[in-house]
Design a protein. Structure first.
Length: 450
């Protein structure tokens, strides 16, 4: 049952018959007809796509198109088969040498062509590449799917409630909705978790695959409930805000991403806020602008980076409310950097914002002066004493020889150099090389005179 997933595939022409009975005669016998499409799931080693089709003329070409949700490109896979009026073929996507997240949404379709040039394209289908090695139990709604295989129903319900409550808070506070459902997959131990990875460090306790809407976590039925209430909402927040922020231009700082993830944890934020206040009083507070990317690898710095991220998110919500958060999300969605984003959404310069945050902690602070841009390139100037080149004017050539003796002051400069012979003719006429060499020639002449 779990090893072979079969899809009853309704042909496009059948749907057209229901919509337009008058066109039945024209659609009764299309030149290429798909009999069946099936999938074999052998997670994590491979996913096999099967197709069975018939045609009036021999089918000569079959192509499979597939991609992960979130991929910007689609894999185009030619499929080998023996040409004929009835064909059955398949292709196996080998995933044994790289990591594919369990329950990854895979979109695919087939394109068939016969020797007469007729083509048939199947509708795009969605298959979830589930990890069928475990007897999963599930609690779900249209936005959220929670699966686990060890522990009681109450254990699964506890995880679902933690995820559902945090997701509802996020939607209410941001006014946003999910574009696709979130999956929470609970593995009971590190061995099971590592078994579907090509490689994973043994200290990793969970992962969020944000473009797929999937979080995988190691949570045993004996895990501390407080830890569950922290880790599950945290990962849900990463998945939710990825969907909220996803756009071709979106760029948002790590302090906002990690700050929001911690804010929705069902844990007490007071210890983190106290650590940040202590750092501010001791002069060891990390500049907020430094927390836009990676938090580094030093444990103390990473801990303080997470604490500051939570602190500044709470500051934003307490000062500007949910409307301020929504405004900030909208600005970041357009691709703005943190400095202009803060000023546009919250009405403060970056320096004013950071000072207000520190003052909010109970430590009076004044904004530092905004940095003044300085030129990074100095244009070269000619050494003193060099003569200023004088533009040479060449008379316009005409058919009459007498024109050469005409008044040069009334002659317009030509657009291109014409004539041969003198150095002055070669230097003028707009030649950049001539302008550059003229000072050198003047210098050489002076040396000769000396």
């Amino acid at each position: 049952m779990f090893r072979r997933i079969q899809y009853a595939f309704l042909l496009v022409f059948a749907a057209l018959l229901l919509i337009n009975p008058d066109g039945a005669a024209a659609q009764e016998n299309p030149p290429i007809r798909v009999v069946a499409i099936t999938i074999d799931n052998n997670y994590p080693d491979g996913l096999t796509f099967h197709i069975h089709a018939v045609a009036d003329s021999p089918i000569t070409n079959i192509m499979l198109y597939y991609k992960d949700q979130g991929d910007i490109s689609t894999t185009r896979q030619p499929v080998e088969f023996e040409a004929g009026t009835e064909v059955t073929t398949s292709f196996t996507w080998d995933t044994s040498r790289f990591t594919v997240a369990p329950s990854s949404p895979i979109f695919f379709n087939w394109v068939l062509e016969d020797e007469q040039g007729n083509k048939f394209t199947t509708p795009e289908e969605l298959v979830y590449y589930d990890d069928l090695r475990f007897p999963w139990r599930e609690i779900s709604d249209p936005e959220l799917v929670v699966r686990w295989y060890e522990g009681t129903d109450a254990f699964g319900q506890f995880i679902y409630d933690a995820a559902r409550e945090s997701l509802t808070r996020m939607e209410e506070q941001t006014g946003e909705q999910l574009d696709f459902p979130i999956f929470v997959l609970v593995y009971a131990n590190q061995e099971d978790f590592a078994s579907w990875h090509f490689f994973v460090d043994d200290w990793v306790g969970g992962q969020a695959f944000t473009p797929l809407g999937i979080t995988t976590d190691i949570i045993s039925p004996y895990s501390n409930p407080e830890w569950i209430l922290a880790v599950v909402p945290h990962e849900i927040a990463h998945l939710f805000f990825y969907q909220v922020m996803d756009s071709p231009f979106a760029s948002w700082p790590s302090w906002l991403d990690e700050g929001l993830a911690q804010y929705y944890e069902a844990t007490d934020p007071l210890p983190a806020l106290e650590r940040v206040e202590s750092a501010a009083r001791g002069g060891t507070l990390l500049p907020l602008i430094s927390l836009t990317g990676s938090f580094g690898r030093d444990p103390d710095q990473v801990r303080l980076s997470y604490d500051e991220s939570l602190s500044v998110v709470i500051f934003i919500l307490e000062t500007w409310g949910e409307a301020g958060l929504q405004s900030l999300i909208e600005v970041f969605r357009t691709g703005e950097n943190p400095r202009p984003a803060i000023e546009t959404a919250l009405g403060l310069t970056w320096e004013e914002f950071e000072a207000a945050w520190i003052t909010w902690m109970g430590i009076p602070a004044t904004p530092k002066p905004s940095p003044v841009p300085t030129a990074t390139f100095v244009y070269p100037t000619a050494p003193s004493g060099w003569p200023t080149p004088t533009k040479l004017i060449k008379p316009t050539a005409t058919e009459s020889p007498e024109s050469a003796s005409s008044d040069l002051s009334s002659t317009t400069e030509p657009s291109a150099v014409s004539g041969k012979g003198s150095v002055s003719n070669w230097l003028c006429g707009g030649s950049t090389l001539g302008v550059l060499l003229l000072p050198a020639l003047v210098w050489m002449a002076r040396r000769r005179e000396e």
